[in-house]
Design a protein around this ligand. Structure first.
Ligand code: FAS
Ligand code: PHB
Length: 389
């Protein structure tokens, strides 16, 4: 087989890139290790920046999002019994969109299928060949049958555990990592959200987040030990702990119910440089990871796709490689700002096992300053709604 852009990974990065390229007459093939059902079963991000909303519109995939998504003009932050609001709209003129990553991925799959896009599921042994030449190709197996795809470019959209990043020689790659000493235990429940907007809570017992997918589907998280296992937490234990981490007024109105999904995500900050090696380009979690506190994971994947898509369109339009040559440097400039915000917001909102009394006082002073200072709130809001592409 031959295609212009071979895409490894059928998550949001790979699918969005494939659909955008298709709309500009550039063909691609997506190779996905899992089944479509498995990909759609993963519960992940919930908050989209306007940059991603605009990309979904450009991809012709935004109608359901516009109909079913929720525009949020702000978020709530609590510490102890203190509760205050960051007004994104007033401070930045920009809202965020609350619409689950699962639905983004579902919409992208539907668009690729409607356009006759080629997606190969349950592939194994994907191997990158000749990335540093002008004739790269992929080999892989599907149900035991060996296949090969010759292409012009390879997009490594295969997430943190994928094959793409590891295909760049160690002598070329530099990795930066911070592993956090806690995880997030998340549940999904068919209950009305406790609040119209998200609540990020710093409590003496640890962090909690009250989020949602729609007005009858809530998403909650509590900071947990790395040694915790989802099966060790009954629904009742989860609800009791969540109520103890949010202000009493909100806890009193929390509607509980059976969890329909329960999982633990570890938290890490991670960046690999460069994000390009010859004709291989890394996108999204394949190149970088953030703690989900700032809701930047999916949204930095989107800006990567934006830069790569425009670089490839330029290359095929007039042969200029300026866009693809600038990709890694442009993408990393925005990624590092998102890494910093995600690290800062995580440091502000979580209780660290080794935190001293003084550290705790600094955290409380930081929160009190954010609560009382417009400039601090503006800086937080600008980062949360998404810095410019
Ligand atoms: P993905 O990991 O989503 O997709 C990569 C795809 O490549 C997968 O479908 C995988 O099966 C496939 N693949 C891997 N190796 C392959 C191979 N060798 N061959 C073929 N295919 C291969 N972000 C937030 O903003 N908020 C959150 O709350 C949040 N929660 C998260 C929870 C978890 C457990 C994880 C892991 C991430 C979370 N994220 C969150 C971040 C997440 O949303 C990512 O940023 C987003 O999935 C990035 O999308 P992709 O880059 O497409 O990577
Ligand atoms: C979610 O709804 O899953 C979500 C929202 C905001 C975050 C992280 C996760 O910062």
């Amino acid at each position: 087989m031959r295609t212009q852009v071979a895409i490894i990974g059928g998550g949001p990065s790979g699918l969005l890139l494939s659909q955008l390229l298709h709309r500009r007459g550039i063909d691609s093939i997506v190779l996905e290790r899992k089944t479509k059902a498995y990909v759609l079963s993963r519960i992940r991000a919930g908050v989209l920046e306007q940059g991603l909303v605009r990309l979904m519109e450009e991809a012709g995939c935004a109608s359901r999002m516009q109909a079913e998504g929720f525009t949020h003009d702000g978020t709530l932050i609590s510490y102890g019994e203190e509760l205050f609001r960051i007004d994104f709209k007033e401070l930045t003129g920009t809202p965020v969109m609350v619409y689950g990553q699962t639905e983004v991925t579902r919409d992208l799959y539907a668009a690729r299928e409607a356009a006759g896009g080629q997606i190969e599921y349950e592939v194994d042994d994907v191997t990158i060949h000749g990335a540093e030449t002008d004739a790269p190709y992929l080999t892989y197996t599907i149900h035991g049958e060996a296949r090969r795809i010759d292409c012009d470019f390879i997009a490594g959209c295969d997430g943190f555990h994928g094959v793409s990043r590891r295909s760049i020689p160690d002598t070329i790659r530099t990795e930066y990592e911070k592993v956090y000493p806690f995880g997030w235990l998340g549940i999904l429940s068919e209950t009305p959200p406790v609040s119209d907007e998200l609540i990020y809570a710093n409590s003496e017992r640890g962090f909690a987040l009250c989020s949602m997918r729609n007005d009858q589907l809530s998403r909650y998280y509590i900071q947990c030990k790395l040694s915790d296992r989802p099966e060790a937490w009954s629904d009742e234990a989860f609800w009791d702990e969540l109520k103890r981490r949010i202000p009493a007024d909100q806890a009193a109105q929390l509607v509980t119910g059976p969890s329909i999904e329960k999982s633990i995500a570890p938290l890490r900050s991670f960046v690999t440089e460069p994000m390009r090696w010859g004709r291989l380009f890394l996108c999204g979690d394949a190149a970088h990871i953030v703690p989900p506190t700032g809701a930047k994971g999916l949204n930095t994947a989107a800006s990567d796709v934006h830069y790569l898509y425009h670089g490839l369109v330029q290359y095929y339009a007039d042969g200029s490689s300026d866009g693809i040559d600038a990709y890694s440097q442009k993408a990393l400039a925005r990624i590092w700002k998102a890494e910093r915000f995600s690290w800062w917001f995580s440091s502000l909102m979580h209780r660290y096992p080794d935190q001293t009394e003084f550290d705790h006082k600094m955290q409380m002073a930081d929160l009190a300053f954010l609560q009382s200072n417009r400039a601090a709130q503006q800086a937080m809001a600008e980062n949360y709604v998404g810095l410019p592409y």
